[in-house]
Design a protein around this ligand. Structure first.
Ligand code: FAD
Length: 242
């Protein structure tokens, strides 16, 4: 994971969102130094040459009002347009954001919280640990594809953190799904879960269909989608994006 700090007068007045909110990050197309702002054609955002821009979603980790700085923590993985950009971005490289989108409105009367996610959810989980009531027990399940991705998380006096290793060759979310399925859910617990889309589908099926939780008890969000084909700058299969 690498921290990218965006800075600029344009960030003045950036509304500090609740925990686990989102922003959309626009970066230059691969190999192009300049950032071109796309235009909405009534259907989608397109660049003047009709190409789709590279826009991805991230968690606005910290915003410092005084210096107009916004931190994003970006997971480095193979082949991602933004991941590749973040790995080599240097001061002065242009980027733009839109947002923020809404954060997680948690139930402050919950008896406990279960947070679960993969590496992409770590920034949001860190914010939740900072925001959740100090007296409520919080259990966090975090799946890592690489064991060296383990990091210090903000202190919460009643938190237990369980790091789960993704088995070699396992589909993303394998360990996370198993851990959520085995979790003991006490009366009044609230869940926040995020990670790879297919794993999130399994977790939704388990929580809402098998365990019979109500939708208001658990927020389950697909943060990314594993694809076995090359993706275009817009994150879609090239054949779909023309
Ligand atoms: C609300 C929200 C908040 C998010 N917050 C964060 C955040 O704070 N930090 C963060 O890193 N991500 C976050 N994500 C996930 C991030 O948007 C995706 O991982 C995104 O696809 C990364 O873009 P990319 O250009 O690097 O890869 P893409 O070009 O989108 O994908 C290229 C290839 O990489 C694969 N891929 C994409 N992401 C991953 C990954 N994490 N691990 C392994 N393979 C991957 C895809 O399956 C595809 O095959 C968030 C998503 C949402 C919806």
């Amino acid at each position: 994971m690498v921290r990218v700090t965006l800075v600029g007068q344009e960030l003045t007045g950036f509304p500090v969102p609740g925990p686990a909110a989102s922003v959309r990050l626009l970066i230059p197309l691969a190999g192009r130094p300049e950032l071109v702002i796309p235009e909405w054609n009534g259907n989608e955002f397109l660049l003047p040459d009709e190409q789709r821009p590279t826009i991805r979603t991230f968690t606005p980790r910290y915003y410092r009002t005084k210096t107009n700085e916004l931190d994003l923590d970006i997971v480095l993985h193979e082949d991602g347009a933004t991941s590749t950009w973040a790995a080599s971005a240097s001061p002065g490289v242009p980027a733009a954001i839109s947002g923020p989108g809404r954060g997680y409105s948690f139930d402050s009367g919950a008896s406990a919280f279960l947070l679960a996610g993969d590496e992409t959810a770590i920034p949001a989980i860190a914010q939740l640990l900072e925001a959740l009531p100090r007296t409520t027990p919080v259990h966090a399940l975090i799946e890592l594809a690489h064991t060296d991705a383990r990091m210090a998380l903000p202190d919460h006096p009643r938190t237990t953190i369980e790091w789960l290793d993704l088995p070699a060759g396992g589909a993303p979310g394998t360990a996370l799904v198993a851990a959520v399925e085995e979790a003991h859910l006490t009366e009044g617990v609230r869940l926040w879960v995020a990670g790879e889309a297919a794993a999130m589908h399994k977790i939704r099926q388990h929580l809402f269909k098998l365990r019979g939780l109500s939708r208001s008890d658990a927020t389950v969000r697909g943060y990314w989608k594993k694809r076995d084909w090359p993706v275009g700058p817009d994150g879609l299969q090239p054949a779909d994006s023309g």
